[in-house]
Write a protein that binds this ligand. Structure first.
Ligand SMILES: [Zn+2]
Ligand SMILES: [Zn+2]
Length: 267
């Protein structure tokens, strides 16, 4: 889901692949046309995506049946994905090499079945209610002209103020745990952990075996100590996109910013 959104925003194509016991599929998605991945998502898939669970609990109840198809089918699907990606890279756009044409058009899917053996291609349905492509040109992020290693929220906000002088907070795109505390023994720690990446063990006081209470943030506000820490310390990778907002109007679209945009090695 996230890859699809990012690729649409950036205007680049991608090749999805997936398998289950006896069938696999490869689909090509491209901002230039055809259905996108999110167009094909069912209510069930959205429910699964938004489900929250503790480590280990999700697999309870799932039976572990050995399947002779896993490695062979994955290899076939991965091989077709690579082949299709090469065809797209070599065979489309300026300077396309003759002999390289993607076999799948944007929005098409190849299904491979092992029982019985069968391969077929279909056009995925475009959805009018899909929220991934509400229209308009893709938004280009504003690059923060500073090495990623040392870029802080303050730096990003400063760059964003060239466009909107009123921005004062940064949406990091995930919930960050910044403090944990145990009321039983008085333990208190400053931490920087993604909420979704915390384990039950990390969130339990080792002395008292009681759950820590904790504070979290979705935003980093200018003027807070967190705004002065390099963003890589909270796990934001090089070239990550974040949004700068006015804290008084969090529903406004904000300004899309890219970290470490001046890095000569990766541009
Ligand atoms: Zn869509
Ligand atoms: Zn304790």
């Amino acid at each position: 889901w996230a890859i699809n959104r990012r690729c649409l925003e950036a205007g680049i194509g991608w090749i999805n692949g997936g398998t289950n016991e006896w069938h696999g599929e490869v689909a090509r998605y491209d901002a230039t046309g055809g259905a996108c991945y999110e167009c094909t998502m069912t209510d069930q898939m959205f429910a699964r995506m938004h489900g929250r669970f503790s480590c280990g609990f999700r697999i309870a109840g799932a039976t572990d049946v050995p399947m002779a198809s896993t490695s062979s089918l994955s290899s076939v699907i991965a091989g077709i994905q690579v082949s299709e990606a090469l065809q797209v890279v070599m065979g489309t756009g300026a300077g396309a090499s003759p002999g390289f044409d993607p076999h799948l058009r944007p929005g098409q899917r190849l299904t491979v079945q092992l029982r019985p053996y069968r391969m077929h291609v279909d056009d995925l349905p475009w959805s009018d209610t899909c929220l991934a492509h509400p229209g308009g040109p893709p938004e280009a992020p504003v690059r923060v002209d500073r090495p990623w290693e040392v870029t802080t929220a303050v730096d990003v906000l400063e760059a964003a103020r060239a466009i909107d002088p009123g921005v004062d907070c940064l949406a990091i795109g995930f919930e960050l745990v910044t403090e944990i505390a145990c009321h039983a023994c008085g333990t208190h720690k400053d931490v920087l952990l993604r909420r979704t990446h915390t384990t039950l063990q990390a969130m339990t006081c080792p002395g008292c075996d009681a759950p820590f209470s904790f504070a979290t943030n979705w935003f980093i506000h200018a003027g807070t100590p967190l705004a002065l820490r390099p963003l890589r310390e909270i796990g934001l990778p090089r070239h990550e996109w974040v949004r700068a907002y006015r804290s008084t109007s969090p529903d406004a679209p904000g300004i899309l910013m890219e970290l470490g945009g001046s890095d000569p090695l990766t541009n």
